[in-house]
Design a protein around this ligand. Structure first.
Ligand code: DGL
Length: 285
């Protein structure tokens, strides 16, 4: 099965797109809702929590895990790939062929796509505080597009609004305007805004309305969500890695796991997925 991990509900926006593009495979979604948000936590804590989650998904039969979370991708992916995976490959305690376990993130696929959207070469990145401080986006974008201007803005209140199901109410407008206008004030030439947190697509309607309030035509601003970019990148990865693709089971099913209350998770996850969700509670350690 393919594991999809996020600190909470945000990764469901990625899972939904992946399932639309690649419905044939089986997925296990794990949300660490009990410990969300990750965005303001230290490198060490995000790394430890993310590694616990990845190990858990490996133990559930996932050989391929997607970190559907920018904060975890920014703070934990490289260390897991460089330090932890070689240990797993050396012993393969989960009973699969040596070298089969892999962990992928969401930053690289997003950055690769950016160049085909911006005309002004001025890009805005909205993300959690952790992702912004990691500088992962400016660093990765400049590796591919050296002359691109990148302005980042942390949006610390957005994830709590979503995790608490307050993202559709009028109270959310204040915080959407606040962070969006701070970004645009710093660089009025921005024509592409990257929603670099997997929770943020749930605020897309609010972001469009906020742009209109500011006198910016939302149809002229590229608002990039990561779902389809990550899904297409996964498709290409599986195409290029035959052994990993062949180890994927394909009955088209999905299991949901959460570290919080399973009934609470199922209720909100149904809204995000647009279908019935029956989650199970798990403990990570
Ligand atoms: N959805 C996550 C991201 O993409 C993390 C949100 C959080 O836990 O702060 O960054």
């Amino acid at each position: 099965m393919i594991g999809v991990f996020d600190s909470g509900f945000g990764g469901l926006t990625i899972l939904r797109s992946i399932r639309l593009h690649l419905p044939e495979y089986d997925y296990v979604y794990l949300g660490d809702n009990a410990r969300t948000p990750y965005g303001s936590r230290s490198f060490e804590v995000v790394y430890e929590y993310t590694w616990q989650a990845v190990r858990y998904l490996f133990s559930q039969g996932c050989h391929l895990v997607i970190l559907a979370c920018n904060t975890a991708s920014a703070k934990a992916l490289r260390s897991i790939q460089q330090l932890r995976l070689p240990e797993v490959w050396a012993s393969e305690p989960y009973g699969v062929q040596p070298g089969l376990h892999r962990v992928l993130g969401v930053i690289r696929p997003t950055v690769e796509a950016i160049g085909s959207y911006t005309k002004t070469k001025h890009v805005g990145v909205l993300a959690t505080e952790g992702t912004v401080l990691s500088e992962s986006y400016p660093i990765e974008i400049h590796k591919l597009y050296a002359d691109m201007s990148v302005v980042q803005q942390a949006c610390p209140m957005w994830v709590p609004l979503i995790e608490n199901n307050e993202f559709e109410g009028s109270g959310a407008d204040y915080f959407v305007d606040k962070y969006l206008y701070e970004l645009l004030d710093r660089d009025p030439e921005i024509d592409t805004i990257l929603l670099a947190c997997t929770h943020y697509p749930l605020l897309l309607d609010k972001i469009r309305a906020s742009l209109s309030r500011r006198g910016v035509d939302p149809n002229k601003m590229h608002l990039l969500s990561q779902g389809s970019l990550v899904a297409e990148s996964l498709r290409s990865y599986l195409h290029r890695h035959e052994q990993i693709e062949q180890a994927c089971t394909s009955r088209g099913i999905v299991r949901y796991l959460t570290t919080e209350s399973d009934t609470k998770f199922s209720k909100l996850a149904e809204l995000f997925m647009g279908e019935p969700v029956e989650a199970s509670h798990v403990e990570l350690e």
